[in-house]
Ligand binder design. Structure first.
Ligand SMILES: Nc1ncnc2c1ncn2[C@@H]1O[C@H](COP(=O)(O)OP(=O)(O)O)[C@@H](O)[C@H]1O
Ligand SMILES: [Mg+2]
Length: 216
C-alpha cells in the first residue's frame, strides 16, 4: 500500500550537509503493525514525516497505492494527507480552546465534512477510546493519558489508511502507554497500517514487524 523507494534525506546547514537517510527501502502493507526503532538521531521522525507526506525526501519516491505522492500538486498532497494519513505525536497538539469532542471533529471539518456527521463519528471515536464522559472537557481538564487518547481519536476521524505515531507514549506511564498501544493494535486489526516509533521495548514487542534505523 505504501512503498518507500530508495529514500534519501539530507539537510544543508551552512556549508555542511547532513545525510540522515540514504537508500531506504520498505513496503508497508495493509493492516500491518510496525515498530520503527533505533537510536535518537537515526532519522525515525524524518522517515515518518516523509512517509506521511509532510516533508519531501531529497531523493527517492513515496508511492501510495502506486501513486507518487510528492509528484502531486500541493492541494492534492494536502488532500491525500488529510484523508488517508493520521498522525499522532509525542505531544498531543490538541487545541486548548476546543473541547475533546470538538478537537476530534476538526480534521473532518477542515476537509469540508458535514458537521452533523462529523459529530456523530467523533462521538463514536471518543467512545472507542473510552472517554465518552470527557467529551465536553477542554484539554487542560484531561490527564496526559486522556489527552493522548483524544489525539489518537482525532487522527482517526477521517478514516485514514495509515496511522503514523511518533513516540506516542513518550510522556505516558506504563498503564496509559499500554492503553494507547491497545487502541493502535486494534486499529491494525481493522486494516489500518500502523507505524509506531517507540523506545519502549514492551510496546515494540507487541508489533508484528520491526524496522530498525541506524545512524549513518
Ligand atoms: N529540519 C532539520 N534541519 C536540519 N537537521 C535536521 C532537521 N530535522 C532533523 N535533523 C537532523 O536529522 C537527524 C535525524 O533526526 P530525527 O529524524 O528527528 O531523528 P530521530 O527521530 O530518530 O531521533 C538528527 O541528527 C537531526 O538533528
Ligand atoms: Mg524523533
Amino acid at each position: 500500500m505504501l512503498e518507500l523507494k530508495d529514500i534519501s534525506k539530507s539537510y544543508t546547514i551552512g556549508e555542511n550537509t547532513l545525510t540522515v537517510l540514504d537508500g531506504f527501502n520498505e513496503t508497508i502493507n495493509e493492516g500491518e503493525l510496525i515498530a520503527l526503532v533505533g537510536p535518537s538521531g537515526a532519522g525515525k521522525s524524518t522517515l515518518l514525516h516523509i512517509a506521511g507526506g509532510l516533508d519531501a525526501p531529497s531523493g527517492g519516491q513515496v508511492l501510495f497505492e502506486g501513486r507518487s505522492i510528492y509528484s502531486l500538486k500541493e492541494a492534492e498532497l494536502n488532500r491525500y494527507r488529510g484523508s488517508h494519513v493520521g498522525f499522532v505525536f509525542q505531544s498531543h497538539y490538541l487545541l486548548d480552546d476546543f473541547t475533546a469532542l470538538e478537537n476530534i471533529m476538526l480534521p473532518r471539518l477542515i476537509l469540508g465534512g458535514d458537521k452533523k456527521n462529523a459529530e456523530k463519528d467523533a462521538k463514536a471515536l471518543i467512545e472507542s477510546v473510552g472517554l465518552s464522559d470527557r467529551a465536553g472537557h477542554f484539554p487542560s481538564e484531561l490527564s496526559g493519558g486522556e489527552q493522548q487518547r483524544v489525539a489518537v481519536a482525532r487522527a482517526l476521524v477521517n478514516g485514514p489508511k495509515i496511522l503514523l505515531a511518533d513516540e506516542p507514549t513518550g510522556n505516558l506511564d506504563r498503564g496509559n502507554s499500554d492503553a494507547v498501544m491497545d487502541i493502535l493494535a486494534s486499529l491494525s486489526e481493522k486494516g489500518v497500517s500502523v507505524v509506531i516509533v517507540t523506545h519502549d521495548e514492551a510496546l515494540a514487542s507487541r508489533c508484528r514487524r520491526r524496522i530498525r534505523l541506524e545512524k549513518i
